[in-house]
Design a protein around this ligand. Structure first.
Ligand code: HEM
Length: 534
């Protein structure tokens, strides 16, 4: 009875906002993410693949619910205005840092902190991203090599069927490791190659095995983890050993980068290595304790490198996979995009024209944007988590628009109680017909091109989040996507794999665009055929 009363109390007080009842699991906890492919079920609140369906069902861009465990009032929003308010009112709506615990394995970092700590991390990293020194164009020789290596790998035949995600993960990892951390290694060294001296795994193997074990590590209670170092635990033993070895192997690679960078700092070398790593390492080495609030501990340094490696490659690779899938599904887009890409030196935008959101290769750009919207290659895959701070005034009003008849949406205000979870539902926002029209789910890259009578709805595009906590790597990711797409279409025609040829478009889409929730939205069947262009 007590539980019932607390659930009832939690579900009240959302004003006229429709109530969708119970959410069985806290939507931003690791367990929920692991169970996501199977649970909640299709008709239950919080179903991962619902896109805009729930909002359409309740006729509202804002839905309230309550979590079973903890009786936490939970608000789901797919409304551009409300999302903007939540993202910009950072003293009222704070990031739910527990949602990012998976990234805190090596220590605290920019993604999983709030308040003064977050500011410190962001202040250290910002200059590298703001002044665009962490740019692909600076490293065009390196960039070319990555693509040449990819070409060599693919060049076994004039036509080849590949798992695009697998190869693009390799490309984006090489790019972030090189552009962000000055790591110069070849495709071969990083994949099939034997571990370099002093290491137990090759770099790519270390990164991917650590990522694959992320949830095991997070879900293992600290005391079990500590115990597993001393005794061999039945059942869990092998999994924990593999997890430990994976994270140790990655740590060893990151420590290599750090010690090289430290030597450079001590030797006063500048220019030969990247700004991103230098900023982090200098903040760790500074003696001026917190003078400019720019000090990082050893753990924080390691953890930020881990976060940048993860955030900097997986999301980009996954969104690029969706873009490549679109090329296979819509052959005419291959032609448009190739025409644009021909005009680019090296197949990439070059400085000072590196404005990935405009001008350079508009087709690559619109496809790249489109893939981020359509497949909402947003991270984390649940959307973004905020919680109402207990300190700010009692009820923060949010003004979302009601759908119903989409055109005649009537605005209403939702009072958000302290302690509520607010789910910024990026995928639903990207499918909201109020902004994207009744065909929001269709492949229409042109919707990202302004015309005389049309300006595309910037506020309803949230793939990189917004406000102070927006993605620090947005420009980098967009530049990288445009480069990669341009280079692929210059060398190859992207086609459907044999098993999908001749099938209805809906079925082809269902297979190629299939994804599962993970740390980021993860494509599962992006198999395409590449035909080398003669
Ligand atoms: C297609 C590529 C990418 C997408 C769609 C993307 C998306 C996002 C989103 C939605 C957030 C907000 C997360 C949240 O609120 O929970 C975010 C934050 C972040 N992203 Fe990205 N990202 C991409 C690429 C990158 C790259 C290339 C880097 C680094 C080089 C990066 C580094 C970060 C970091 C460090 C944060 C945390 C920022 C903060 O909390 O202050 N991302 N990203």
């Amino acid at each position: 009875a007590e539980k019932y009363m607390s659930l009832r109390a939690a579900s009240r007080g959302f004003g006229t906002c429709p109530n969708a009842g119970l959410v069985w699991l806290h939507p931003f906890r690791t367990v929920a993410l692991i169970l996501a492919p199977w649970f909640p079920l299709k008709d239950q609140t919080g179903y991962y693949f619902a896109k805009f369906a729930f909002y359409a069902k309740y006729g509202s861009t804002c839905i309230s619910s309550v979590t079973l465990s903890g009786s936490i009032p939970t608000l789901w929003i797919a409304d551009a205005q409300a999302i903007k308010t939540v993202a910009s009112e950072s003293t009222i709506f704070q990031k739910d840092v527990e949602a990012y615990e998976a990234l805190n394995i090596y220590g605290q970092n920019m993604v999983g902190t709030e308040g003064a700590d977050w500011k410190r991390h962001r202040r250290v990293a910002n200059p590298a991203f703001n002044d665009q020194r962490i740019r692909l164009d600076r490293d065009s020789a390196r960039r070319k090599r990555v693509v040449e290596e990819m070409n060599t790998k693919l060049n076994t035949d004039s036509s080849l069927t590949i798992d695009a995600t697998e190869d693009l993960v390799q490309v984006t990892l090489l790019v972030i490791a090189s552009a962000g951390f000055g790591r110069r290694a070849s495709w071969q060294e990083d994949s099939a190659g034997a571990p370099p001296p002093g290491h137990t795994r090759a770099f790519r193997a270390a990164v991917s095995s650590a990522l694959a074990r992320l949830f095991t590590r997070v879900l293992t209670p600290q005391w079990v983890w500590a115990l597993s170092t001393r005794v061999r635990l039945p059942l869990l033993g092998p999994a924990l050993v593999e997890t430990r070895e994976s994270f140790d192997a990655l740590r060893a690679h990151m420590l290599d980068l750090i010690s090289l960078a430290r030597a450079w700092v001590v030797g006063g070398k500048v220019g030969a290595w990247t700004r991103a790593l230098r900023n982090l390492v200098e903040a760790n080495m500074t003696q001026a304790d917190d003078v400019h609030h720019k000090k990082l501990t050893d753990d924080e340094l390691l953890s930020n490198i881990f976060t940048f490696l993860l955030a900097g490659h997986e999301t980009s690779a996954h969104s690029l996979s969706f873009a490549v899938a679109m090329l296979a599904l819509y052959p005419t887009s291959n032609r448009h995009i190739r025409r644009d890409a021909q005009g680019l030196a090296d197949g990439c935008p070059t400085p000072p024209r590196l404005r990935p959101t405009r001008n350079t290769c508009p087709s690559c750009n619109t496809r790249s944007q489109h893939s981020k919207k359509q497949s909402a290659s947003s991270r984390p895959s649940r959307g973004s988590a905020r919680s109402r701070t207990p300190t700010a005034p009692d009820r923060a009003p949010l003004r979302p628009g009601r759908t119903g008849d989409i055109r005649g949406a009537t605005p209403f205000t939702v009072p958000v109680k302290q302690g509520s979870i607010v789910v910024i539902d990026i995928l639903a926002l990207h499918m909201n017909p109020m902004y994207w029209g009744a065909d929001a789910a269709e492949f229409k890259p042109a919707r990202f091109i302004d015309t005389e009578g049309y300006r595309w709805p910037r506020d309803a595009f949230f793939a990189f989040s917004g406000g102070a906590r927006s993605c620090i790597g947005q420009r980098f990711a967009l530049a990288e996507s445009v480069c990669a797409l341009a280079m692929i279409v210059r060398s190859y025609t992207v086609c459907l794999p044999d098993h999908l040829q001749g099938k209805p478009l809906e079925e082809q889409k269902r297979v190629l665009l299939r994804w599962k929730p993970g740390v980021t939205i993860t494509p599962t069947d992006c198999v395409v055929r590449l035909r080398r262009r003669t």
